[in-house]
Design a protein around this ligand. Structure first.
Ligand code: KIV
Ligand code: NA
Length: 265
């Protein structure tokens, strides 16, 4: 296995090879995702929604992120693993941001961290990068700021927010970030951003012109079924398939079909 590095991602952009990224939060899923040769595994704070059942990403703690990340890191042989620094663990001051990043790197053996925002968190990004920890940015619909937005609809449709997003992307590149997630922004804006920086952009609901794509694994597999945004392509309907398999098992137990003579000692 040739490991994916932050440098490989920048090279992929240079050569026009699209970057594939997916979330994973546990060992078993990460094994499958890694073996399928996904370039980047994101231990997203979407674990707060998908794994823990919270309505937003805000409640998940640094300790919980480290637990998810360390499980993922034990599974992977090839992918680059990026871990979200959760809400409240980097916004108050740069020293706290660095401490959080260091805990993630040491305790989970992650390869990089991701933070949401631009200008507002500039000093924290600098501090983390200065310690030699690669940073992925995240602009557009940044879910940790959901209570500021008040809605999950598309961001940066208006000129002012679009201009700020472009300048934030350039700032993150200048600071030394190795890639930027662009979430739920118009495809034309994502194209402009991707063309104006040399580090890769990785889109979710940001159209076809970004340098890579990311999805939440549970959404791609159709394990979640109530979340139906336009950008989501479902490759399976595991919600239904798993439900059917489990009902069949219940049925087999009730009817004494399971276990049969060959399934015992
Ligand atoms: O937490 C997450 O899953 C993310 C991706 C959707 C980019 O940040
Ligand atoms: Na996230």
């Amino acid at each position: 296995y040739k490991r994916v590095t932050v440098k490989s991602l920048v090279d992929m952009k240079k050569h026009g090879e699209k970057i594939s990224m997916l979330t994973a939060y546990d060992y078993s899923m990460a094994k499958i995702v890694d073996a399928a040769k996904v370039d980047v595994i994101l231990v997203g704070d979407s674990a707060s929604n998908v794994m823990a059942g919270y309505e937003t990403t805000l409640p998940i703690t640094l300790d919980q992120m480290i637990y998810h990340a360390s499980s993922v890191l034990r599974a992977i042989k090839r992918a680059l693993v990026v871990v979200d620094i959760p809400f409240g663990s980097y916004q108050s001051d740069p020293k706290e941001a660095l401490r959080s990043a260091i805990r993630i790197m040491k305790e989970s053996r992650a390869h990089a961290v991701k933070v949401e925002g631009g200008e507002e968190i500039k000093e924290s990004v600098k501090r983390i990068l200065n310690a030699g920890v690669p940073v992925m940015g995240h602009l557009g619909l940044t879910p940790q700021a959901i209570y500021k937005f008040g809605t999950y609809t598309v961001r940066a449709r208006e000129e002012e927010e679009a201009e700020k997003l472009i300048s934030d992307a350039k700032l993150l590149e200048r600071l030394g970030c190795f890639a930027i997630v662009l979430e739920k922004i118009p495809a034309e804006l994502a194209k402009r951003v991707s063309e104006s920086i040399s580090i890769p952009t990785i889109g979710i609901g940001a159209g076809k012109h970004t340098d890579g794509q990311v999805l939440v694994i549970h959404d791609l597999l159709g394990m979640t079924h109530e979340f139906n945004p336009r950008f989501l392509r479902r490759y399976m309907n595991l919600y239904e398939e798993m439900g059917n398999a489990i009902s069949q098992y219940v049925d087999d137990v009730k009817t004494k079909d399971f276990p049969n003579d060959n399934e015992q000692y």
